[in-house]
Design a binder for this molecule. Structure first.
Ligand code: MSP
Length: 663
């Protein structure tokens, strides 16, 4: 078989968070894809890693009183350990603090600079020194910082910029020539609109912090975010140094799998950088959807980060791997509900798959002395299996090749479901009663056992523990992964194979008991929380927190004063964080069919994904201002408590066409 190369990557994860279900989701998806391609005979390289530079990490380490590298080591270790527990089969783990990465990023930066695509300029805006934040003019409150109320200063900072704007046409042409470059297709339209609204050059260096890759020809600067982070996909392979055997073998990547919020960086900045370097472009950037947890956004402050480690302890790694890919269509957003997890695991892994295997091995044990029988006579019902399995295999391959895990596993489940029903219809226990029936009994039990074998191969990329166990119980040698995808062709099970009856592969979860346990845990937690709070209050002899004071009323204005402000509704199309500006979010909004960019100081209160689709209200005639190099064309309205402890963005009560005037 031709041993074609296949290269797949996850984003490299920031080390400011312990890994949670979101990071695990992308990593599990890539792992399943990597295992599937290996199953199909490809020469696979699967890369993941951690993104460790920047001011945020520097400060985080400082607040913990440890050196940045020591802090990064600890969190990178947590990622590695979780990946091991989740059976992630990555071939490489890149850290942006690794020596080779730092050295190669410097060379990449220099090469782009020598090409004339990086130039020195300055970055300017209103700067609040204590908050270390740039603010657009429109967001200043009485000319002061909207966050802390202190004085801001007009600041200019020397920085290097990448000529991103130069690549706009070539990027648009790329999307046209390679329709699958951005997937799912809906995300492609967003990128086209973004580029058409005008690309600005990109700030690629900073001088205000040190925790980064130094620009080797200008020691004042460190490389800022994207050249450092995105380059991991090639530095790990050896580019641009001599020792680049992996680069020659695997580049270009087939898939960069990322969350939807960073599709833009991967489909705009990354190809432009590669074009500038003059090297091949990746095959596809796949932007998957976002998980919420029990209907709420996942956030550290809410403390609702689902820890996959806990699920592994409670139920097993297969269960969580399977659930996240089966529950929602890859590309769509979805909600992680514990109850759905319990039900789906029971329905599909314990009842459908596990039970089929138990029934097969039990009946082969009882009626055929534990040996896989020879098929005998065939009824119409028996003849259905081979074509059904062939169709399932073809659909599975098509679905997997487009990363549609939900449908791929659904197909296997269709075959498994049919086999379970077939047992009930064919009733092997009745066939066993007389000689006439016994001929067909062999056929029925063969079909059932063969279904288990095929399912074990097709589910082996996701069920890393269960699939080999099914294989073992069927009496087969080696593992389904070693057997390969070609072995999934119907009829591979050899009659006479001795099955090994054992414990159920996926024991049924007692949902009621789990829910009771959860309730007890929750009550314990709440009790200890209120105990802690009481102790704290006692210690500080403080009154319990009061409702925040109301702001002083402002002087009256006339209706004419108010009429000067053009308030319009706007639909949020995209939202993202701004690297190095903890408090800012950058929104792309639609106002009456026209797109605008708005930068707002609401990052502490909203996850970007949460805002997308909201109909907000903006001041549409505010003079544009530049903030950290990002233009802000208007200001969104938000209400906050006087001390800024809480903030909520104003939205409209019912959907109206965007651009509607508010008065
Ligand atoms: N370091 C950058 C990526 C640089 S890639 C060259 C970064 N890191 S991150 O730690 O914030 O990871 C973001 C990624 O984690 C998302 O793109 C997605 O893959 C995954 N997820 C984190 N939370 C998620 C959800 N709630 N839901 C689904 N996946 C999300 O961005």
């Amino acid at each position: 078989m031709e041993n074609k190369a296949f290269y797949i990557t996850t984003p490299i994860y920031y080390v400011n968070d312990l890994p949670h279900i979101g990071h695990s989701y992308t990593t599990i998806a890539c792992d399943v894809m990597a295992r599937y391609k290996r199953l199909a005979g490809f020469d696979v390289y699967f890369l993941t890693g951690t993104d460790e530079h920047g001011q945020k990490i520097e400060r985080m380490a400082e607040s913990k009183g440890v050196a940045p590298k020591a802090y990064c080591d600890e969190i990178a270790g947590a990622f590695r350990r979780l990946w091991e527990r989740l059976d992630i089969s990555n071939d490489g783990f890149v850290r942006t603090t690794d020596d080779y990465h730092v050295r190669r990023v410097q060379k990449i930066f220099k090469r782009i600079y020598d090409n004339g695509d990086i130039y020195k300029d300055k970055y300017e805006g209103w700067y609040c020194t204590p908050c270390e934040s740039f603010w657009p003019e429109g967001q200043l409150v009485d000319g002061n910082c909207p966050d802390c109320g202190r004085k801001v200063e007009w600041t200019e900072e020397e920085a290097y910029f990448f000529k991103l704007s130069k690549y706009a046409d070539r990027l648009l042409k790329l999307y046209e020539d390679k329709p699958n470059f951005i997937q799912p297709a809906s995300r492609k339209n967003e990128m086209v609109a973004f580029i058409k609204s005008g690309l600005e050059d990109l700030c690629v260096s900073r001088t205000t912090f040190k925790w980064g890759v130094p620009v080797d020809f200008d020691g004042k600067h460190v490389v800022y975010v994207w050249i450092d982070a995105l380059s991991n996909y090639i530095t790990k392979l050896g580019f641009p140094e001599e020792d680049d055997e992996l680069y020659r073998r695997y580049w270009p990547a087939d898939f960069h799998v990322v969350g939807k919020e960073i599709v833009r960086f991967h489909s705009v900045i990354w190809p432009a950088l590669l074009m500038s370097l003059g090297i091949d472009l990746p095959g596809s950037v796949f932007g998957h959807g976002w998980w919420t947890a029990e209907g709420e956004k996942i956030s550290k402050s809410k403390g609702n980060m689902i820890d996959p480690g806990k699920y592994i302890d409670e139920f097993g790694s297969d269960q969580i791997r399977y659930f996240v890919l089966r529950e929602i269509s890859f590309g769509q957003d979805g909600d992680f509900s514990r109850l759905n997890f319990l039900h789906r695991t029971n329905a599909e892994l314990a009842n459908d798959l596990g039970n089929l295997l138990s029934r097969a091995t039990a009946m082969i044990g009882k009626f055929c002395e534990g040996l896989v029988p020879l098929p005998g006579s065939f009824d119409d019902m028996d003849r259905e299996f081979e074509p059904l399995a062939t169709e399932v295999l073809a659909n599975y391959v098509k679905a997997m090749d487009r990363l549609d895990f939900q449908s791929a596993f659904g197909e296997v489940l269709r075959l498994v479901g049919r086999a379970n029903k077939y047992i009930d219809e064919a009733a092997p226990w009745s066939l066993a009663k007389d000689d006439a029936g016994k001929e067909r009994l062999g056929t029925v039990l063969y079909n059932v056992a063969e279904t288990c074998r095929v399912a074990a191969i097709l589910l082996s990329p996701v069920l890393t523990k269960g699939a080999p166990e099914i294989w073992r119980q069927l009496g087969l040698e080696g593992t389904p992964a070693e057997a390969g995808l070609a072995a999934a062709k119907w009829g591979g099970l050899v009659p006479g194979t001795e099955v090994r009856r054992a414990e159920p592969v996926y024991p049924r979860i007692d949902v009621k008991a789990v829910l009771e346990r959860d309730a007890v845990e929750k009550a314990d937690k709440e009790a200890s929380k209120s105990k802690e709070a009481a102790a704290k209050a006692k210690e500080s002899k403080k009154e319990p927190a009061k409702a925040p004071a109301v702001d002083e009323p402002m002087p009256l204005i006339t209706i004419d004063d108010f009429a000067k402000i053009e308030l319009r509704t706007a639909e949020v199309l995209e939202a993202e964080r701004i690297e190095g500006a903890d408090k800012l979010l950058k929104l792309t909004v639609s106002v009456g069919g026209k797109q605008r960019q708005i930068v707002a100081g609401i990052a502490k209160f909203y996850e970007p994904a949460e805002l997308v689709g909201k109909h907000i209200v903006i001041v549409a005639n505010l003079q544009p201002a530049k903030l950290r190099g990002n233009i802000s064309e208007g200001m969104l309205l938000a209400a906050s408590t006087p001390g800024h402890e809480q903030l909520a963005v104003l939205t409209v009560d019912k959907p109206l066409p965007s651009g509607s005037r508010a008065k």
